[in-house]
Ligand binder design. Structure first.
Ligand SMILES: Cc1ncc(COP(=O)(O)O)c(C=O)c1O
Length: 492
């Protein structure tokens, strides 16, 4: 990248377009495969021919349009309003429903939608010195981030280790006079189970508190699965007491990254989400979302994706996804020593190991070596470590290959045996105070584990995952933050 004069991305003399694109393609070669149905996290691939090209063209059309001022670029406002209407309609709102006044905003992603749901709830209660939110332990980490950014206290509610859901009574007990928001997931990311939304929304409403349903992950999948006959419990605006819902279009709506929708049951609930500022000499700023300048690219690409796929397209994709989930779950059930964490009820297959000789982290590596990229999840509270598969429509044609690959990988894991860390390292990881993890110590540790230098992350991560698994959350957080800090260095 730096073979010409200049530094990093900026050569002394500009390069021809073809050469620049070649550079990007060469860099992309090291990435995990975003298409092809073998990557079970990070990406959402419908496997629809021509859809990428359409989304890219739409993106390019609006990439330079700025969402900062909807009056300057009415095209963007029109597309945003159309996306919000589609999401609201899919999630039980709009004219003729029990939530006719639903309004919303398009944000840059799920985390931004959740931050704004928490901000709106917090700012609706300026009388509270120490606002709090109640979040099931299975709620997305973005709520902890929102609490941290917005200085709101987080009251976690444990989840049952069998059902993987919080008990409504526990949610009710966690609500205090300072609670501004109660959260439910539909479904949770880690295990793909839908929380008891009706019960949670009811206890929130009884206490006069907002209830946000985080449907970032599944909000664009569950309604189609329900139409196909799946027993999806009520989770949307049809449920009394649900005050806001988030749904990410860059997940199961299959739009390119950078687009989510945050809906509120009515405009008054949304009002405290906005930020306006007129007390400076520049333009008066009104921001419904966190970003001020916003590219029209993701919005136009999402608009094009929805218009092209249509309800019939999403139904077909949901049917393929459902069949893929069933096939993957069957492969897990057929494997001695593996156990589904929950019977799949959405688009996630999540399993754990009952047999200590079947090391899940080695299994993840063995699957990677066979071209199947799954996501390890570390143990948490009463929950064991597990392997997560986000299933999308593109997986369907590959499902038949997964069972044999899994069997082969499991045989290799049994032959290799579990990772055994030196006991003193396990004791160190378990007993360290996070403050003791200096940048130098983490750099030394990373080097020792083969994670140092410019070689990137090694294919085999079982040792690292085993070490992280042995550490308490605060140590994991510090280790990972320091490690990512090591990766994020200027490319001089
Ligand atoms: C349930 C849930 N909420 C929120 C998020 C955060 O979304 P994003 O990564 O787009 O910020 C995710 C992401 O996977 C999710 O699954």
């Amino acid at each position: 990248m730096t073979d010409t004069a200049g530094t990093g991305a900026l050569p002394a003399e500009g390069l021809p377009a073809a050469r620049v694109l070649d550079e990007i393609r060469a860099l992309r070669a090291a990435d995990r495969p975003t298409h092809g149905g073998r990557l079970f996290a990070y990406v959402y691939d419908p496997g629809v021919a021509g859809l990428d090209e359409l989304a890219q063209a739409a993106y390019a059309e609006s990439a330079h349009v700025n969402g900062l001022d909807p009056t300057a670029f009415p095209s963007l406002l029109a597309m945003e309003n159309a996306l919000v209407a589609a999401a609201a309609r899919l999630l039980g709102g709009g004219p003729g429903t029990s939530a006719p006044d639903v309004v919303g905003s398009v944000t840059g992603g799920g985390t931004e939608s959740l931050l704004l749901a928490v901000k709106a709830a917090r700012d609706a209660r300026p009388d509270l010195a120490e606002p709090r939110i109640v979040v099931p332990a299975s709620g997305h980490a973005a709520f902890a981030k929102a609490a941290h950014y917005l200085r709101v206290a987080l009251d976690p509610v444990p989840v049952d280790p069998v059902t993987l859901r919080p008990a409504v009574a526990d949610v009710a007990a966690a609500i205090r006079p300072e609670t501004v928001l109660v959260v439910a997931s539909a479904p949770s990311y880690a295990h793909g189970v839908v929380d008891p939304v009706a019960g949670i929304a009811a206890v929130a409403a009884d206490a006069g508190v907002r209830c946000h349903v985080d449907a970032c992950f599944g909000g664009w999948a569950l309604p189609w699965l329900r139409r196909l006959g799946a027993p999806v419990p009520p989770f949307d605006f049809a449920v009394p007491g649900v005050t806001s819902i988030s749904v990410d279009l860059h997940k199961y709506a299959y739009a390119p990254k950078g687009v989510s929708v945050l809906l509120h049951r009515d405009p008054a609930l949304r009002a405290p989400q906005y930020f306006a500022y007129a007390d400076w000499p520049g333009y008066t700023m009104v921001n419904p979302v966190i970003a001020s300048t916003r590219s029209g690219g993701p919005i136009a690409a999402a608009y094009a994706t929805l218009r092209h796929l249509g309800e019939d397209g999403y139904l077909r994709l949901a049917a393929s996804t459902r069949d893929a989930v069933a096939g993957l779950a069957a492969a897990v059930r057929a494997t001695d020593g593996l156990r589904l964490m929950a019977e799949p009820e959405s688009t996630v297959v999540c399993f754990t190991a009952d047999d200590p000789k079947l090391d899940l982290f080695v299994l993840v590596d063995e699957l990677t070596a066979r071209g199947w990229h799954t996501q390890p999840q570390l143990r948490h509270a009463d929950l064991p470590a597990s392997v997560h598969l986000t299933v999308t429509a593109s997986v369907a044609p590959r499902v038949a290959e997964f069972g044999p690959a899994l069997a082969d990988a499991v045989a290799a894991v049994r032959a290799a045996g579990p990772v055994v860390l030196p006991p003193e390292l396990v004791a160190l990881a378990g007993g360290l105070a996070p403050e003791a993890l200096t940048p130098e110590l983490v750099a030394g540790l990373a080097d020792g584990l083969g994670l140092g230098g410019d070689t990137g992350v090694p294919e085999r991560m079982a040792v690292v995952n085993t070490l992280l698994d042995a550490a308490p959350a605060a140590v994991r957080e510090r280790l990972l933050a320091e490690f990512v800090g090591l990766l994020q260095r200027p490319a001089w």
